[in-house]
Design a protein around this ligand. Structure first.
Ligand SMILES: [Zn+2]
Ligand SMILES: [Zn+2]
Length: 343
């Protein structure tokens, strides 16, 4: 029996009668993480991993009917044993393990295999069937270690500050911004944040994650000399807005997995691109699948065809599973036009 099937409302567990990250309102939902394409409004009941509770309520409303479960703890529902295991994608992100009638399935949600210091690291979970994302499921996607990318970001900031240019770093406000913050060299200057970033910082700090002090960008006057040495963190959508013009002479950059593609930087019109993703790269996806021990793999949002073909060549029973999740790397829905790789 299939423990998870695709229905018009979302991924459905028939014996448990609940949905995982449904894209249409349902009665019972199990949520893998708080990104808006996975955690949607309108469900009557929500179940999520405990560390994500604060962010989920901020996202969906304080009065949602939310039940939480610590990582690794089991809940029995209609005979289905359910537990959450860290996915390493952002604070509170979880894989969902389901056990019923001797069968074990794991739905990964979004995941990243490199530990990043701002959320519980990805934990491989043994199962018969693994449902994996494939956002960066092409062999060209191979990330450099996070420490190296953060060192490059600090180097860029240092160079800008030396010529009195504000550094505006665009990245997803939710998870990526906190990862960057965690790795910034605070000796270089003050860190300013957009209004979309700071509320999320608070949840990370409350969870015991160390983030350096941050200042609301709007509270700093344009003439203030500290502005010239500052690094500003803001969501990608602000990159072309009036909001960013207040910084006058600035250099901008975008941090995203899509920066692996040369066309991305040009299309966003930024001075610099940093390849930093909250998703597994190609080797990470293959490693997670291998670690799961699954003989059957269902591939969702991303490069489904390429990954399915590769897994079949490895002798696995692999197939695609259609879902309606979006792109949380940029806050902007776009498909890469070119696969030309940045040197
Ligand atoms: Zn996500
Ligand atoms: Zn996703």
């Amino acid at each position: 029996m299939d423990l998870v099937i695709a229905r018009p409302e979302g991924l459905y567990c028939p014996p448990g009668d609940f949905y995982i990250d449904p894209w249409r309102p349902v009665e019972r939902s199990v949520i893998t993480h708080a990104h808006s394409d996975h955690a949607r409004r309108g469900n009557q009941h929500y179940l999520a991993a405990a560390p994500g509770a604060g962010i989920l309520r901020a996202q969906l409303g304080q009065n949602i009917n939310l039940q939480t479960l610590p990582y690794g703890e089991q809940l029995l529902h209609h005979g289905v044993k359910l537990s959450f295991h860290p996915a390493g994608h952002m604070l509170g992100s979880a894989q969902v393990r389901l056990e019923f009638g001797g069968e074990v399935w794991v739905a990964s949600g979004d995941y990243k295999t490199e530990p990043d210091g701002t959320c519980a690291p990805f934990e491989p979970v043994r199962c018969h069937t693994f449902i994996t994302e494939s956002m960066f499921g092409l062999p060209i996607y191979r990330w450099q270690p996070q420490a190296q990318i953060l060192a490059e970001i600090n180097q860029w900031w240092r160079a800008n500050a030396a010529v009195d240019k504000t550094s505006v770093l665009l990245c997803h406000a939710f998870g990526k911004a906190q990862r960057v913050l965690h790795g910034l060299d605070t000796s270089l200057g003050p860190i300013l944040v957009h209004g979309a970033v700071e509320p999320i910082n608070q949840f990370y700090r409350q969870s015991g994650i160390h983030l350096p002090p941050t200042i609301y960008a709007r509270e700093v006057k344009k003439q203030d000399p500290m502005m010239r040495k500052a690094l500003v963190l803001a969501p990608p959508a602000t990159g072309t807005s009036n909001w960013v013009r207040r910084f006058g002479d600035y250099s901008d950059a975008l941090a995203s997995g899509w920066m692996r593609l040369r066309g991305t930087q040009r299309r966003h019109g930024v001075d610099r691109g940093f390849v930093l993703s909250d998703h597994a790269d190609w080797p990470g996806l293959l490693w997670a699948i291998e670690q799961s021990g699954a003989e059957r793999v269902k591939v969702t949002h991303g490069s489904i065809g390429v990954l399915v073909r590769h897994l079949r060549e490895q002798g696995l029973d692999a197939m695609g599973l259609r879902t309606e999740y979006g792109d949380d790397e940029n806050n902007a829905a776009f498909e890469p036009e070119s696969t030309e790789v940045q040197a």
